[in-house]
Design a protein. Structure first.
Length: 344
């Protein structure tokens, strides 16, 4: 077991550290012309997934709508049977294992409505690959830890590649330095932030725009492996309820990079601080203004806007990992969870 961990203490840690290569390889892989032309024709793309894969799907929605102006609907697979698949449209099932029962059944129901179906999966020959019209493989390699890390990054890489193939915008150029940037992000010392989080009764992860699904995924990682209640929230929605829960024992992780949401995120952080919650902010470079208003500041490495999506996700994984280690949790096998859910 310890040999398989390659010198790391846990599989999750090893898998987190594999991400520079995993992202690079998954994004570099060419997408076949027939796949690109089928996607180009889409007037609506429906993404169906569960758990972490669902969050990768929401990230895709923000990017696809922004750079390609194609509407994207993202649905939780276990709820999909309550909805009507849009006939003759494009459906993408995102599933690391390729075996999640709800995702498979959503794909089959879309097929019966004459949709062109795509599967994004990490497992060669898995059930979803036999059911879908087209298959795109992520190149994450086997993921042992129950909490998904590198498989998520690989999904985001493939989804970004799709956006890149369909858009005029040079996403490849933005991602040209990603390997080095991710290596740098992995050097981050999570201990002070993990110390602040470890005894909390509840936590919130907030962001706007594409950083909203990044915050959902950060909260999911935290709750999966630390057992601390954690919720991801759209930063603008916190005032519609969760404000009543804020106190000195509910740390808020705020994603506040220098994008178009920056000014309004800054005022959201001030509102959170005014209600007594400690704020750990993740921002772009040496952001003095942000440092002044938060309790703990985590700078993202100097990079492009799109790279920040990946680096912020990786930093949140490291934070969850470190917090779980400090709490002595069974990091690779959290209680009550399974790597793959093959029942409806
Ligand atoms: C389980 C795993 C999660 C995963 C989800 C979806 O709940 O514990 O890590 O995100 O299933 O799995 P899939 O294989 O469909 O991506």
């Amino acid at each position: 077991d310890s040999a398989k961990k390659g010198g790391f203490e846990h599989f999750m840690q090893k898998e987190i550290f594999e991400q520079p290569d995993v992202f690079y390889n998954s994004f570099a892989k060419k997408i076949d012309e027939d796949v690109i032309s089928a996607l180009k024709k889409a007037v609506l793309i429906t993404v169906v997934a569960c758990g972490t894969s669902y969050h990768a799907g929401i990230i895709f929605r923000y990017l696809m709508e922004k750079y390609c102006k194609i509407p994207v609907r993202v649905e939780i697979a276990s709820e999909f049977s309550n909805f009507t698949p849009c006939r003759d449209s494009v459906m993408i099932a995102v599933t690391q294992s390729g075996e999640t029962a709800d995702t498979l059944s959503a794909l089959k129901s879309s097929k019966s409505e004459n949709c062109t179906t795509f599967a994004i999966t990490n497992v060669l020959g898995s059930s979803v690959t036999r059911a879908a019209d087209h298959v795109l493989y992520t190149l994450a390699g086997p993921e042992i830890s129950v909490a998904a890390t590198k498989s998520f990054t690989a999904q985001v890489a493939v989804l970004l590649k799709i956006v890149s193939c369909l858009s005029e915008y040079d996403i490849e150029e933005e991602l040209s330095g990603i390997h080095a940037v991710l290596e740098e992000a992995l050097m981050f010392d999570a201990e002070p932030a993990a110390e602040l989080c470890k005894n909390s009764e509840s936590m919130f992860f907030v962001g706007r725009g594409v950083f909203y699904p990044v915050s959902l995924e950060g909260a999911l990682k935290m709750k999966e492996i630390t057992y601390i209640h954690a919720e991801g929230y759209a930063a603008g929605e916190l005032k519609h309820g969760p404000f009543s829960l804020l106190c000195e024992n509910t740390p808020v992780i705020a994603l506040c990079t220098k994008d178009e949401s920056y000014p309004v995120m800054m005022s959201n952080i001030k509102e959170i601080k005014a209600r007594g919650a400690p704020v750990i902010a993740i921002g772009t470079g040496d952001d003095i203004d942000l440092m002044e208003i938060c309790d703990l500041y985590i700078p993202l490495p100097d990079s492009s806007k799109i790279s920040e999506i990946i680096t912020a996700s990786v930093i949140l994984q490291v934070l969850a990992y470190k917090t779980a280690v400090l709490l002595g949790r069974d990091v690779d096998k959290p209680r009550n969870l399974a790597k793959s859910v093959t029942v409806i």
